[in-house]
Design a protein around this ligand. Structure first.
Ligand SMILES: *[C@@H]1O[C@H](CO)[C@@H](O)[C@H](O)[C@H]1NC(C)=O
Ligand SMILES: *[C@@H]1O[C@H](CO)[C@@H](O)[C@H](O)[C@H]1NC(C)=O
Ligand SMILES: *[C@@H]1O[C@H](CO)[C@@H](O)[C@H](O)[C@H]1NC(C)=O
Ligand SMILES: *[C@@H]1O[C@H](CO)[C@@H](O)[C@H](O)[C@H]1NC(C)=O
Ligand SMILES: *[C@@H]1O[C@H](CO)[C@@H](O)[C@H](O)[C@H]1NC(C)=O
Ligand SMILES: *[C@@H]1O[C@H](CO)[C@@H](O)[C@H](O)[C@H]1NC(C)=O
Ligand SMILES: *[C@@H]1O[C@H](CO)[C@@H](O)[C@H](O)[C@H]1NC(C)=O
Length: 475
């Protein structure tokens, strides 16, 4: 990891020269978002361009994933990002009504379920993080909430897939007494990062629990969600003063060695889950969730929307510091916050203006490439920077802008459905109970696997400490 990172930094100078050449030939803005029709048209083109990164529906390619994983030299993208992209298109269809990609998405979502229908496919279990599995589970949940067309009867159904992911993560083998509870980052004990209990793994689990509670009205899910949020609070991954949301800590330190990196998706995912809890509960419990949402949104606006434009705090200040994972976070923040305005409508007056100013900045910088409409990641600057500065081909950058633009249609879209408000997906209370993912005979784990498909935020930053000198923690 250290080696590849320094190599890519070595290439940075050349990239910067290339970028400044592009800058001097600054192009006119391509995308317009001045009306619903313009937003739909822009989203349509952005969706088309993002699909160019996807090879999964070509003969001989693997459905559901973007080219990768990097350790195998197959491309820039880890397994989970395919799941996140599937979710982006499930929202794209819901928001715009354009079904063009539905068949591609259904195929990808079903191909990656694995033999036990729990998003632990053998190709990826050896390097599985709870967050990786969680992102696929959340896309399945979204398909249920958006009333995405159901798979054929002989295939696993969206709601049951989300339940399976949740149930495998609620099982005793994923929980232990270290740090008084909480999920570990990694699933297999042999993985680097198994000793790390982080916010994103627990936020995915919390989020799925909250959504399953609202969709099915089964109180068991709500209890898990409540307990998981309380744990994040008790270990101070959520700051008790200013509601900053931190990254995680290690079990050998009782999770007190908190890595204070603030990634935007952690705060946004907690807010999104809290909004489902708010909507599901009532009375003083609902008020408690309302207060949490209010505080989290205040923090998000303060830390991640300087001047009203999405900004990825831990990496954005330095060109080349954002990993392929981080380059996707702005898109989730836009998508999740937009849904928060539907199910916790008291937030709309704060959130909607941010989504607009941020999306305006997002499209303004999409002036790159031969088409004059390729998007970069540096929305605040108003000028295009080639994704090559961050050593990627640009799928995360494209996905983030697609998400920001299509989410502008949220006020015209149905809120997430439930079992009693039009939901059409069939659940299975026993889904995931026969999962063998963690115990199935696995191929020997290679070094590449170990560093593998999990969300590499921490490892990459950990290896780059010498370069950045602003953070230090060890495994
Ligand atoms: C893959 O999907 C895209 C988008 O729907 C479509 O344009 C393309 O023809 C598909 N390719 C194959 C081989 O099916
Ligand atoms: C697993 O990987 C193999 C080899 O790359 C591939 O052929 C297969 O389609 C993959 N399976 C799934 C479910 O992705
Ligand atoms: C509620 O969910 C729990 C956990 O998944 C499950 O064990 C239980 O059977 C469910 N109850 C009903 C009534 O579906
Ligand atoms: C670990 O931290 C928790 C708070 O998160 C605390 O309640 C517990 O006593 C600590 N355990 C040890 C062994 O220090
Ligand atoms: C719950 O969500 C629905 C949309 O599904 C919304 O109409 C309703 O106002 C929300 N409830 C509260 C208390 O905000
Ligand atoms: C963005 O603009 C700010 C202020 O002009 C500058 O400090 C920063 O280096 C720029 N970043 C990028 C990625 O262009
Ligand atoms: C809603 O849930 C109830 C109880 O779990 C079930 O009987 C019913 O079939 C579900 N309805 C739909 C539309 O899924």
């Amino acid at each position: 990891m250290a080696t590849s990172r320094s190599l890519s930094l070595g290439g940075l100078a050349a990239t910067l020269i290339a970028s400044s050449c592009l800058l001097s030939g600054a192009q006119a803005q391509y995308y317009k978002i001045g009306s619903v029709a313009e937003i739909k048209e822009s989203a349509r083109t952005l969706a088309y361009d993002l699909m160019l990164f996807y090879q999964g529906n070509k003969t001989g390619e693997i459905p559901g994933i973007l080219p990768g994983p990097p350790d195998d030299g197959k491309g820039d993208y880890y397994w989970w990002e395919g799941g996140a992209m599937m979710g982006t298109y499930i929202d794209y269809w819901h928001l715009t009504g354009d079904p063009s990609y539905n068949h591609v998405i259904e195929e990808g979502m079903l191909h990656q379920t694995g033999p036990d229908h729990d998003y632990m496919p053998p190709n990826h279990t050896a390097s599985l993080g709870n967050d990786d599995q969680g992102f696929w589970g959340m896309s399945a949940m979204l398909a249920a909430e958006n009333k995405f067309p159901n798979p054929p009867d002989d295939k696993p159904q969206w709601l049951a897939l989300a339940q399976a992911v949740f149930h495998t993560q609620a099982a005793p083998d994923r929980h232990d007494e270290t740090c008084n509870g909480g999920l570990r980052w990694q699933v297999p004990p042999t993985n680097m990062g198994y000793n790390y209990k982080n916010t994103i793994a627990n936020a995915c689990f919390f989020n799925l629990g909250a959504r399953l509670a609202r969709y099915t009205k089964n109180e068991t899910y709500a209890k898990w969600a409540e307990q998981t949020f309380d744990w994040l609070w008790d270990v101070h991954y959520i700051d008790h003063e200013d509601w900053r949301v931190y990254d995680g800590g290690h079990v050998e330190h009782n999770c007190t060695d908190i890595n204070k990196a603030q990634f935007s998706y952690n705060a946004a995912l907690l807010t999104h889950g809290a909004a489902f809890m708010y909507n599901y509960t009532s009375g003083s419990t609902r008020q408690k969730w309302a207060d949490r949402i209010e505080n989290l949104v205040t923090g998000i606006k303060r830390d991640f929307f300087p001047d009203g434009v999405a900004y990825e705090l831990p990496c954005e200040g330095r060109l080349g510091a954002c990993t392929a994972d981080m380059l996707t976070f702005k898109g989730y923040v836009h998508r999740w916050l937009s849904v928060v305005t539907q199910i916790a409508p008291f937030t709309a007056k704060t959130i909607l203006p941010l989504l607009w100013t941020s999306a305006e900045a997002a499209v303004k910088q999409c002036t790159g490439g031969a088409t004059g409409r390729v998007c970069g990641f540096y929305w605040s600057n108003g000028t295009f920077f080639d994704p090559a500065v961050d050593s990627t081909t640009g799928a995360g950058e494209a996905m983030s802008v697609l998400a920001a633009v299509s989410s502008l249609l949220i006020e015209h879209a149905d809120p997430p459905a439930t079992n009693t408000t039009g939901g059409i997906s069939k659940g299975d209370p026993n889904a995931g109970s026969n999962s063998k993912g963690a115990t199935r005979e696995m191929a020997p784990i290679t070094a590449a696997d170990r560093a593998g498909a999990a969300i590499l935020t921490i490892l990459v930053l950990g290896c780059a400490v010498g370069t950045f000198g602003w953070m230090s923690f060890g495994d």
